[in-house]
Design a binder for this molecule. Structure first.
Ligand SMILES: Cc1cc2nc3c(=O)[nH]c(=O)nc-3n(C[C@H](O)[C@H](O)[C@H](O)COP(=O)(O)O)c2cc1C
Length: 197
């Protein structure tokens, strides 16, 4: 069975991002996936210290709420990184999480203890789900390489963007029910595709 871990970087409860994320996951569940969501703003965690200790041992010197989150990241089949656009990129919560993934980069390129073969990359999908206030599609451009960094380091093929630009222009997610319907369909179709023989 496909297991999805969704990390929500929006600090706003029941906001635009959480609403479309929940719809995406409902669609995925309807197609047979199991889902867990973690709200990063409800966790207490430190930012990367830049100590580079992970370059030697491939392990982060910090033990906090993100330690378990990274264990869950490495155990799921589909990882959804969900974040609204703040100042042209992901929120501070999401960026803090991604920076803490530096130990995975170190395992790949410094200690060379982490290798993902083609089969693993085929079976592990990275999804970026985002909402922006303004309607210009370029609003997501600065976020793409940021989430790609984590997907690459953690062994996920980053193949899916689920983007809703122009939330402010639409009057928010509640005034734009089509966005919720589309998110539901995208979640359902992704899991159906993954489970195709
Ligand atoms: C601090 C802050 C910065 C924002 N920066 C941008 C931005 O650079 N571009 C944009 O299109 N929208 C921006 N927005 C609007 C949000 O991306 C948009 O309203 C989003 O849908 C909010 O999602 P939420 O309800 O999950 O918080 C910003 C909002 C906040 C609070």
């Amino acid at each position: 069975m496909t297991h999805i871990l969704a990390l929500n970087g929006s600090p706003r409860r029941n906001g635009n991002t959480e609403t479309v994320l929940n719809a995406f996951l409902r669609g995925a569940e309807e197609a047979g996936a199991t889902c867990e969501t973690i709200r990063l703003s409800s966790l207490t965690f430190k930012n990367c210290l830049g100590c580079n200790a992970c370059h030697k041992k491939g392990v982060c010197v910090i033990t906090d709420a993100l330690t378990e989150v990274f264990e869950k990241v490495m155990a799921c089949d589909i990882l959804v990184l969900a974040s609204p656009i703040y100042s042209m990129t992901v929120t501070a919560e999401m960026k803090g999480f991604i920076d803490r993934g530096q130990f995975l980069w170190a395992q790949k390129f410094k200690t060379q203890t982490l290798v993902f073969d083609e089969e693993h990359l085929k079976n592990h999908i990275g999804v970026f789900l985002s909402t922006s206030g303004q309607g210009l599609p370029i609003m997501f451009d600065a976020a793409f390489p940021v989430v790609r960094a984590l997907f690459n380091d953690a062994g996920f093929s980053y193949t899916e963007n689920v983007l809703f630009a122009g939330m402010d222009e639409h009057g928010g997610v509640k005034a734009w029910p089509e966005s919720v319907e589309e998110a539901f369909t995208r979640g359902k179709e992704l899991v159906q595709r993954v489970n195709e023989p």
